[in-house]
Design a protein around this ligand. Structure first.
Ligand code: ADP
Ligand code: ZN
Length: 438
């Protein structure tokens, strides 16, 4: 059920509910999940030591390996028969991790996703084209269920079959497009190739784009090419899936549905809780999940959280920006490089398109290569000046990264397009190490 009222809860009420739920959930996890009981004992703490919200910092962390170690049934707190759905992470990094839901968890997830659609500006009378992958990945079914809970009509197109996607956007006059931001960019390109004008021929109003990091520049580009609102949505399979946080119409951070998630930001090296607004690793405690409770789950995603009031009236705290995962961070010649920084620098340069790749290899020293496509309109215009563009983009890269990156400009359409999450980073250093060893 769509809990519209929960969106407008006052912060004091949210905190009160969080405290009540935290105490209950800690006890529930301790009593029903052997892993938690063991860990609490090792740390010398009892559920009764958690008396107020701040005490959450005494609770041990849960990490992705805990889920992997308990493959395939996860950290179940209910008998297997009570599970109504399993999902698995898409395995971007390593072995997939399995997550489980009982009937009530499914209802909560449906509500969270419905709230996301609503906050992003979707309406029950809208048609949603859902081009997230259906299957073990939580994206497809998560976006599907939420749209139905809100009352929308869903076109479950799933990923791929780009020509058909484009035809349906035209024929159905779809109102909401749900897919990864990189696929949204690709779809606009494909639409033009198939003879459609995304603004004239389509009637898209809202895009629900998530599952991977994307930049403000990418947003501008999507909004312009479709004349629609492009909203960022965040989640991960371990935390139900999509629907943890969503941008409202203000587009100034993503509201976390805090009646179900307690968020903390920590220093990834020391585990110390950071003050509000400081950048660090996002840690979530699931306050209500029954089939597989997770306490202080370390997401490895880096971002900051604000409790400042949002113009939209929602008091749920916001993730100000997501820089990507701490394990996506590359260390090149001792310097930290986030792929999102490369994207920011590239797209700040007028004339560069949203398609790029980062390649790192090692030739005695680490080397960073960036391959980026030139924007098609600019490439085909009389003003195209390759040298000038390269120089500008290289300067922007240098300013953000503090190291030299070798940039190569590519013709429009050179890099592979993806229907799901884009693969932007190719790290070849391990291979070189192996070759040297042989
Ligand atoms: P996998 O870990 O296999 O990729 P998921 O599909 O559950 O599995 O991916 C979740 C991850 O995707 C998050 O931890 C985060 O790194 C990334 N992600 C999801 N939504 C966003 C978003 N809006 N912005 C940036 N990164 C995101
Ligand atoms: Zn808001």
């Amino acid at each position: 059920m769509f809990n519209e009222k929960a969106q407008k809860m006052k912060l004091d009420d949210i905190r009160e509910l969080q405290e009540e739920r935290l105490l209950k959930q800690v006890r529930y996890a301790y009593e029903n999940v052997p892993m938690y009981k063991k860990r609490f004992k090792e740390e010398g703490i009892k559920p009764s030591d958690i008396k107020k919200l701040e005490d959450v910092s005494k609770v041990p962390f849960t990490v992705k390996d805990d889920l992997r170690d308990h493959y395939p049934y996860g950290i179940l707190a209910v008998p297997k028969e009570k599970v109504v759905r399993f999902h698995a992470s898409s395995g971007t990094t390593g072995t997939p991790t399995v997550v489980a839901y009982n009937r009530k968890d499914m209802d909560v997830w449906g509500d969270l996703m419905a709230r996301c659609y609503d906050a992003a500006g979707a309406k029950p009378e809208y048609i949603v084209q859902n081009a997230y992958g259906y299957g073990l990945f939580t994206g497809g079914l998560g976006f599907h269920q939420g749209a139905e809970v809100l009352g929308c009509s869903v076109l479950p197109t799933s990923t791929g079959n780009t020509k058909k996607q484009v035809t349906m956007l035209n024929d159905f006059k779809t109102d909401v497009l749900a897919c990864t931001p990189s696929y949204a960019i690709y779809l606009a390109e494909a639409a033009e190739k198939h003879g459609y004008d995304p603004i004239e021929d389509f009637d898209l109003k809202v895009g629900m784009f998530g599952a991977e990091p994307w930049s403000e520049e990418a947003r501008d580009s999507i909004e312009e090419s479709y004349d629609m609102k492009a909203q960022d949505v965040y989640g991960m399979s371990e935390l139900y899936g999509p629907g943890v946080a969503i941008e409202c119409s203000e587009q100034k951070g993503l509201h976390i549905w805090s009646d179900h998630f307690l968020v903390e930001t920590i220093d990834p090296n020391t585990g110390e809780v950071l003050p509000e607004g400081e950048k660090g690793e996002l840690v979530f405690t699931m306050l209500t999940r029954e089939a597989m409770p997770l306490l202080r789950y370390r997401t490895k995603d880096v971002g900051s959280v604000t409790y400042e009031e949002c113009e939209c009236g929602r008091k749920h705290p916001r993730i100000e920006s997501i820089d990507g995962r701490s394990d996506d961070m590359l260390i090149v010649g001792g310097v930290n490089v986030f792929p999102s920084q490369v994207e920011d620098a590239l797209l700040e340069t007028e004339g560069i398109a949203e398609h790029y790749q980062i390649i790192v290899d090692r030739d005695v020293l680490d080397r960073l290569f960036v391959r980026a496509e030139v924007d098609r309109d600019y490439y085909e215009s009389d003003e195209y000046d390759e040298e000038k563009l390269k120089e500008e983009a290289s300067e922007n890269l240098k300013a953000v990264l503090n190291i030299n990156a070798r940039l190569k400009l590519l013709q429009p359409g050179s890099l592979p397009r993806t229907v799901g999450k884009a693969k932007r980073v190719i790290d070849q250093r391990e291979e070189h190490d192996r070759i040297e060893e042989l």
